[in-house]
Ligand binder design. Structure first.
Ligand SMILES: [Zn+2]
Length: 91
C-alpha cells in the first residue's frame, strides 16, 4: 500500500513538471509571436513626409531605395536586394 502511495506522488510530480513545461512552451511561443509582430510594426513606423523632404534636401539618403551598388538595379526591399547581390554577375 505504501508503494502505491509513493507511485501516485511521483506520478503527480511528473504531471506537474510536464504541465509547467507545457505552459512554459506556450508562453514562450506567445512572447515570440508578440515580438515578431511588434518588430514588424517598428520597421513600418516611419515619418514618410518628413523623410521625403529631408531626402529631397539631400540631408539624408533614401534608405528605401534598394539599389545594387554593382549593377545599379533597384529592388523592392532589402531581402530582394540581398538575394540579388548573392547572384549579381557584376559583384
Ligand atoms: Zn547587381
Amino acid at each position: 500500500m505504501l508503494e502505491v502511495v509513493k507511485i501516485k506522488k511521483m506520478s503527480n510530480r511528473t504531471n506537474n513538471i510536464l504541465e509547467d513545461y507545457r505552459q512554459f512552451g506556450l508562453q514562450k511561443t506567445a512572447i515570440q509571436e508578440t515580438i515578431r509582430v511588434m518588430n514588424k510594426q517598428l520597421v513600418d513606423f516611419q515619418l514618410p513626409k518628413i523623410k521625403n523632404i529631408l531626402v529631397k534636401l539631400g540631408i539624408i539618403e533614401n534608405d528605401t531605395d534598394f539599389k545594387c551598388i554593382n549593377c545599379n538595379i533597384s529592388w523592392k526591399n532589402k531581402a530582394s536586394l540581398a538575394a540579388h547581390i548573392r547572384n549579381c554577375k557584376r559583384c
